[in-house]
Write a protein that binds this ligand. Structure first.
Ligand SMILES: Nc1ncnc2c1ncn2[C@@H]1O[C@H](COP(=O)(O)OP(=O)(O)O)[C@@H](O)[C@H]1O
Ligand SMILES: [Mg+2]
Length: 427
């Protein structure tokens, strides 16, 4: 079958690799892709601006499956437009994508279907006074979240009434645009975070190995939030008891709940989790694979990944298409441009990827570009340097060995990816 992969980050490079290695994959097209993705797929040679551009491209190129990587096209209803034209899509409808595109929707949904999560209240712009009154009555810290998609910047943890009040004014005055027309104010949860990805056809599901991202820019989870500085899988914090809770209290009720709402969820349901005292709660849902979790999870999967996604897309999930490598571990260290997530310089030549790959690394491109035929950094997160190992310790050590082989000016990375997992192993 011919596949069109939509997106241009490290997640999509990992998807492209798994799809291209699948037996059932015929031609793999990527849009817009990146220099790493273009090496293993055919670049769509023109701009696809509107949904009809996508539909026409799919018809002209006999596309059997579209795999949508990022959340924005899902929130924009690209899946719906394609499906209405008979094209199979891995990715939820616009209405199902509200689990990510509206944090208020997700919280109301979790409350209705008794999915464990932080308690909350929701206010829109016209309810500013009520929101302030509410902020006066509660204990701190509390978390204020813009309802809509805010590129990972719309969540602010506040430690006092004054801080919360000024945060609320800022959000309602438009720092996140329309995404901040409604806010969710929620209880601060303590604990350790982990993520789980469920591939689902709307009824049945397959859990991929649990993983742990590293959101903050500095070692020891210090400094600003980023898109994610590295990930590893499987994450030992998700033990058998937690996994059972995830299935029974989160994934199954979410899938059944979305069906009951007549907006069945088909695609990848990502649950961001907070774990404390062997109990799990949902921090948020995403409606696509995570970045950089995907880069650490997909290398642990063997078999026909494309066929798995296709079976989900047509509503007949076939879990037998893949198997999960037992006793293997994966670690992905993100190489970033120094200065990220604030200002950073672009255009520095990147070298050493070939030798890292020869040594066994999987190097996923994120913010890279070709300039005068040379590979340069073009984004904050540049590469995801990934290693498989027989143990988590080995995967981490190998990933950092590969990291040393790659250079570009102002290369920055965290030195502690996976350490929390290693500590768990010795608890
Ligand atoms: N209720 C909460 N309690 C504690 N930390 C939270 C809470 N909600 C969010 N966070 C922190 O903020 C981060 C971002 O929040 P999240 O809901 O995942 O939004 P997004 O990924 O869209 O920015 C989380 O990964 C977590 O570290
Ligand atoms: Mg998140």
């Amino acid at each position: 079958m011919n596949i069109l992969l939509v997106g241009s980050g490290g997640r999509e490079h990992a998807l492209a690799l798994s799809l291209s290695k699948s037996e059932s994959c015929g031609k793999l097209y990527s849009y817009p892709g990146n220099p790493g993705i273009w090496k293993i797929s055919e670049k769509v040679g023109k701009e696809l601006k509107s949904h009809s551009d996508y539909i026409n491209f799919c018809k002209e190129n006999s596309i059997d499956l579209v795999v949508i990587g990022p959340e924005q096209p899902l929130a924009d209803g690209l899946s719906d437009s394609l499906r209405q034209n008979g094209i199979a899509v891995f990715g939820p409808s616009k209405l199902a994508a509200r689990l990510e595109s509206s944090k208020g929707f997700a919280k109301d949904f979790m409350l209705k279907y008794k999915i464990p999560t932080a308690s909350y209240k929701k206010f829109n712009k016209t309810e500013q006074n009520q929101a302030i009154e509410y902020l006066r009555t509660i204990d701190y810290p509390i978390v204020i979240k813009a309802d809509g998609l805010a590129a990972g910047k719309g969540v602010i943890i506040t430690h006092s009434f004054d801080e919360a009040q000024s945060t609320l004014y800022q959000i309602f005055s438009g720092i996140f645009g329309e995404a901040g027309n409604t806010v969710v104010i929620e209880e601060f949860m303590e604990g350790e975070e982990a993520s789980i990805l469920a591939v689902t056809d709307g009824k049945d599901y397959l859990l991929l190995p649990p993983s742990q991202d590293h959101k903050r820019i500095f070692d020891g989870d210090k400094g600003k939030n980023t898109g994610g500085m590295g990930a590893y899988a499987p994450a030992p914090i998700v033990n058998d008891s937690i996994l059972k809770q995830i299935e029974n209290e989160i994934i199954i009720p979410a899938i059944n709940g979305m069906s009951a709402e007549s907006t069945p969820f088909q695609g990848c349901l990502y649950a961001g989790l907070m774990i404390k005292d062997n109990k799990v709660k949902v921090v948020e849902f995403n409606v696509r694979l995570g970045d950089p979790e995907t880069q650490a999870v997909l290398p642990l999967i063997e078999g026909d990944f494309a066929a798995l996604l296709y079976s989900a897309a047509i509503g007949k999930l076939d879990k037998s298409k893949i198997s999960i490598l037992e006793n293997k571990h994966c670690c992905c260290v993100v190489l970033a441009s120094d200065g990220y997530p604030d200002n950073f310089e672009k255009g520095f030549e990147i070298s050493g990827i070939d030798s890292a790959e020869k040594s066994g690394a999987l190097v996923f491109h994120a913010g890279t570009a070709l300039k005068d035929n040379k590979l340069v950094n073009s984004g904050g997160r540049v590469l995801g340097v990934t290693a498989l190992g027989e143990s988590l310790k080995q995967a981490i050590e190998k990933a950092y060995e590969y990291v040393e082989l790659i250079s570009f000016k102002n290369k920055y990375y965290r030195k502690d990816i996976g350490l929390k997992g290693l500590k768990k192993n010795f608890e």
